[in-house]
Design a protein around this ligand. Structure first.
Ligand SMILES: NC(=O)c1ccc[n+]([C@@H]2O[C@H](COP(=O)([O-])OP(=O)(O)OC[C@H]3O[C@@H](n4cnc5c(N)ncnc54)[C@H](O)[C@@H]3O)[C@@H](O)[C@H]2O)c1
Length: 438
């Protein structure tokens, strides 16, 4: 279902008319492609407060050419190191640094604010660092033009390199208003080829015959992974076709089968590096009209099977050290949605699973556990939504448009990167900064 409004506002008369009427102004987003793999301009590094981060060598490797003198008239990316902000006085440095340049950031440009973990022993530092979150989310809502604003909390610039590479590239086009902690004690970062970081790795994606899952499989294969495309028997043909195209294998399996984990393990005697729990279903009804079967079928696919297969694959040692689990939540699990008590419960359950398991899985198995939380993504699932609700869903975010499956796929690929070991227990929304939920 193409977004005709976005096409219309991309024309001069469309822009004129919608601006006069005060209607949303979605910008065509710059997404990654082989022809246009980087942002259109240099990176401007800025600092607020004293900083102990050794950022320069990391920024030099992340993509856009660094323009330390700020000579560029129009930066494509701005990185503000605010890790040294400790109180309201040093917080003023955030305004001082960004106020003069915010207007000049190119369309589809990036602003990344770097913050420090909140210090529980210092309420002034905590207040000032938490202030960065409100600042980031507010700037994301007002900046427009397909630009994004995100906050990364870190202590070690090197451990955040893959995260900065993602956020400072067209791959993160639909990720805005996010707060990402890159604080896990990561092991040594392997010397990955940033062009093919998943070379030599095996990735399994559930529900990958179509929609977001198919895009995830495709993106992980682009990044070098050997992919296993898992889907139900009814989708076997599509799964096989995709697997053939990507040089991977198809696995026909209903993920709710009690022995699904064991069957996956048997299929992968050489082990697994990346497990993407993407399969999901909706069976919408208000609670008053919802029979138990609608409740249990959604909870089973979206949550119970994720718990079961994760447990089995960790217990069997199928997920190798350095492995990555990426589960799929949803903004419906964060904000709630009428008619989706079953779906919202299942997706909130994913958040609970990620937060609880992440530290233990890393300590005991060397495996990180994170989730993506898509907002409105243009798929068959959302094409079935009635017209007016669909239009509202598309526009109710800072980028005033729906995301594409590839936006979720790129975010998954960053979390799956061997260099992302310091990203653990995070729920990253891919929602264009939806107005729903935090
Ligand atoms: N599309 C959106 O806007 C959106 C928003 C938030 C979250 N999500 C989540 O993203 C994921 C993918 O969504 P989508 O829009 O691509 O959905 P989709 O319906 O297009 O695809 C889902 C895939 O999962 C497979 N599947 C369903 N039950 C399965 C089972 N028991 N075993 C194995 N495979 C099974 C289906 O056959 C299908 O191929 C889901 O978890 C969904 O809840 C989607």
């Amino acid at each position: 279902m193409p977004d005709r409004y976005l096409s219309f506002t991309g024309t001069a008369p469309g822009r004129f008319l919608t601006r006069r009427l005060g209607l949303p102004q979605p910008a065509a987003l710059h997404r990654w492609s082989p022809d246009r793999p980087a942002l259109d301009g240099p990176l401007l590094p800025l600092t607020a407060g004293p900083s102990a981060l050794d950022l320069a060598p990391v920024l030099a490797r992340t993509g856009p050419a660094v323009d330390p003198a700020g000579a560029a008239v129009r930066p494509a990316a701005v990185v503000l190191d605010a890790t040294g902000v400790r109180d309201v006085d040093t917080l003023a440095g955030v305004h001082a640094a960004l106020h003069p340049v915010v207007r000049s950031v190119v369309p589809s440009g990036r602003i990344v604010v770097l913050g420090a973990p909140l210090d529980p022993a210092d309420h002034h530092q905590s207040a000032a660092q938490q202030a960065l979150e409100g600042f980031t989310r507010s700037l994301g809502k007002e900046i427009g033009g397909g630009r994004t604003v995100n906050l990364v909390r870190l202590t070690d610039a090197g451990a955040a390199e893959s995260t900065l590479r993602f956020l400072l590239s067209p791959r993160s086009a639909y990720v805005s208003g996010q707060v990402i902690d890159v604080l896990a004690a990561a092991g040594p970062v392997p010397p990955a080829d940033p062009g093919r970081p998943l070379a030599g790795r095996t990735a399994l994606v559930t529900g990958a015959a179509r929609g977001i899952g198919a895009a995830v499989a495709e993106t992980l294969a682009r990044d070098g992974a050997r992919v296993v495309v898992l889907d139900v028997p009814q989708a076997a043909q599509d799964a096989r076709r995709l697997a053939d195209r990507l040089g991977g294998t198809a696995l026909t399996l209903d993920i709710t089968a009690a022995d699904a984990g064991e069957r996956i393990a048997a299929e992968l005697p050489g082990g697994l590096d990346v497990l993407v729990h993407n399969a999901g279903v909706t069976r919408d009804r208000r609670l008053v009209n919802m029979p138990a079967e609608r409740w249990s079928s959604v909870l089973d696919v979206n949550l119970a099977s994720v718990l079961r297969t994760t447990d089995a694959l960790l217990a069997e040692g199928t997920l190798r050290p350095g492995g990555r689990i990426v589960a799929t939540a949803s903004i419906a699990g964060l904000a709630g949605n009428a008619g989706q008590t079953n779906y919202g419960a299942s997706k909130a359950g994913i958040v609970g699973l990620v937060r609880s398991l992440a530290p233990r899985a890393l300590a005991e198995h060397g495996v990180t556990v994170n989730a993506v939380a898509p907002g409105f993504i243009e798929t068959r699932m959302t094409a079935a939504v009635p017209l007016f609700i669909r239009e509202a869903g598309r526009r109710m975010n800072s980028l005033a448009q729906g995301g594409l499956p590839v936006d979720v796929a790129e975010t998954t690929a960053w979390l799956a990167d061997p260099a992302s070991g310091a990203v653990n227990g995070q729920v990253v929304r891919v929602c264009g900064q939806s107005l729903l939920g935090a």
